[in-house]
Design a protein around this ligand. Structure first.
Ligand SMILES: [Fe+2]
Ligand SMILES: [Fe+2]
Length: 315
């Protein structure tokens, strides 16, 4: 891990400490006496204040493909940083920067410690138990739904590419990120006999199947977690169509949230290029042709154009 440890002078440290207040945090998460406060968020960068009681640990688990710049600054107390090559003590006033973080790292608080964590990728929402639980549920649905693996991850990744290309503001990107991963979580309420039926669904079964966006909405709203509540409003629209012939509400055009319109295109593409119980997968070219043929019908025209412009990045 490329790391650099710098110790700031006492006067700079004091100025920095005074300017940090968790009073006006955007969001706070408390678990096992650890308090995380999101102080600032913008352009994918997050500033998170951590309060770690003596004897507690905090783990940083980089995901595959992670390329974030991580910066830690110890405001008070001291941490033992355990990394792949050993361990290192971080005292008050020291800061550490690392990019990219490829290996998991554990931070152990020797005493009550406060530190600032700056990441160049949005990570805050992943810490919340509500989000972790819901994401686990979405992965279980993916299997139940007959996807081999990584459907949710792929939808998230490509939705983000489209969202970024469309210059969505960073907060909307964070919500899109969650909504994309969780788009089909409501299928947890749909029986396996419907989800995995190899033949055509009966009218009654189809009616039930079409309720999954609503089930997903309810499930996410029940968490009472603000970001998931925002994601719920997108999840409920992921099967709406640009021409108004979608479900559950039959919304059309710009009445459909842009994030939902993005997920719709990405999800359809991924479903078409994956083997399903009821049909074999299409080639990339066939799937893209299908998307283009439905531009302005099923799909938002600008989203389709943006998606096509990214086609060299698709599998
Ligand atoms: Fe769906
Ligand atoms: Fe899906």
């Amino acid at each position: 891990m490329a790391l650099e440890v710098i110790t700031l002078q006492q006067d700079i440290l004091n100025t920095f400490r005074v300017s940090i207040s968790t009073e006006n945090a955007i969001e706070k998460i408390t678990y096992k006496n650890t308090v995380l406060s999101l102080l600032a968020s913008g352009d994918g960068t997050e500033v998170i204040h951590h309060k770690l009681p003596a004897g507690h640990r905090w783990a940083l688990n980089p995901e595959d493909g992670w390329n974030a710049l991580e910066f830690f600054y110890i405001l008070s107390g001291s941490l033992i940083w355990k990394h792949e090559d050993g361990e290192r003590k971080l005292v008050t006033g020291s800061s550490v920067s690392a990019q990219p973080v490829k290996e998991p790292a554990i931070f152990f608080a020797e005493e009550d410690t406060e530190f600032i964590y700056v990441s160049s990728q949005p990570v805050f929402h992943y810490y919340s138990k509500a989000v972790r639980d819901t994401m686990e549920l979405a992965v279980s649905v993916e299997k139940k739904d007959g996807y081999t693996s990584d459907h949710c991850q792929r939808i998230m990744k490509f939705s983000m590419l489209v969202g970024e290309k469309l210059n969505l503001p960073s907060h909307e990107l964070v919500v899109l990120n969650l909504a994309a991963f969780l788009h089909d979580v409501g299928k947890v309420n749909i029986s396996d006999s419907i989800l995995r039926k190899p033949s055509k669904l009966t009218d009654e079964e189809w009616l039930e199947m079409k309720k999954h966006p609503l089930y997903g909405y309810d499930l996410l709203m029940e968490t009472k977690f603000p970001l998931l509540e925002e994601a719920a409003k997108i999840v409920v629209q992921h099967h709406e169509r640009y021409d108004g012939k979608g479900y559950p509400y039959g919304l059309d055009g710009e009445k459909i949230h842009l994030a939902a319109a993005i997920i719709s295109v990405v999800d359809s593409y991924d479903a078409m290029t994956t083997d399903r119980v009821y049909r074999k997968r299409l080639s990339k070219e066939e799937a893209l042709q299908e998307i283009v043929a439905n531009k302005g019908k099923m799909y938002h025209p600008i989203v389709v154009d943006t998606f096509l412009s990214l086609s060299d990045k698709l599998n």
